[in-house]
Design a protein around this ligand. Sequence first.
Ligand SMILES: N[C@@H](CCC(=O)N[C@@H](CS)C(=O)NCC(=O)O)C(=O)O
Length: 213
Amino acid sequence: MIQLYYSPGTACLAPHFLLEELGLPYELVLVDTEKKQHQEAAYLQLNPKGTIPFLIDDHLHLSESAAICFYLSENYGKHEFASSTDVKERAQLLQWLMYLSNTLQAELLSYFYPERLTEDAITAAQVKAKATQRIALMLDLIDQKLSESNCAYLLGEQISIADLFLFMLCRWTRGMQKPARVYPHLNPYLALLLQRPAIVKAFTMEGLAAPYY
Ligand SMILES: N[C@@H](CCC(=O)N[C@@H](CS)C(=O)NCC(=O)O)C(=O)O
């Protein structure tokens, strides 16, 4: 059976939403980051990066939230989350997944962990302030995209794994000066996604309560 190693509210959320959307049997395995279990030898043996999430499916061992979502939709996708047979559509999906994971998610990590980038407390505060500005610009861009396309989802009228990923990242902004929920087009977009039972179920399973974003 598929196993998803998780810690509540972390980058495991997008794959968790997707496992629920696909209705697959899977086991959630808690890696308690408060107890630093992600740095213990047993976990590092599985995932030497020490990051969460981590997925095991048969002989496949996979880290990186976006890659896990991509694999699950390629291998098990059906109905809405089936991977497209059109190479141009797949490229558009990858464009969004890569932008979200290597740009917005990376900036969010700088915001939450500025001390990873400097030893100095004053510089760490500057890193955080700069990350706040850059995240706002990225959310502006995404909000603008939703406005221009006038579509429900990032790739049009069809939901995709990029939307699940973006929902997770928008949740992470909820305590920031300008959270995703205050943007005019992101707000109804997030509300629409929250209507999905799979998303609410994954939150509940991770012990997370409203407000979700
Ligand atoms: N790009 C990775 C980032 C994973 C990541 O940094 N996860 C955080 C939790 S959100 C983590 O494992 N933090 C523990 C650490 O880096 O020590 C992914 O999307 O899977």
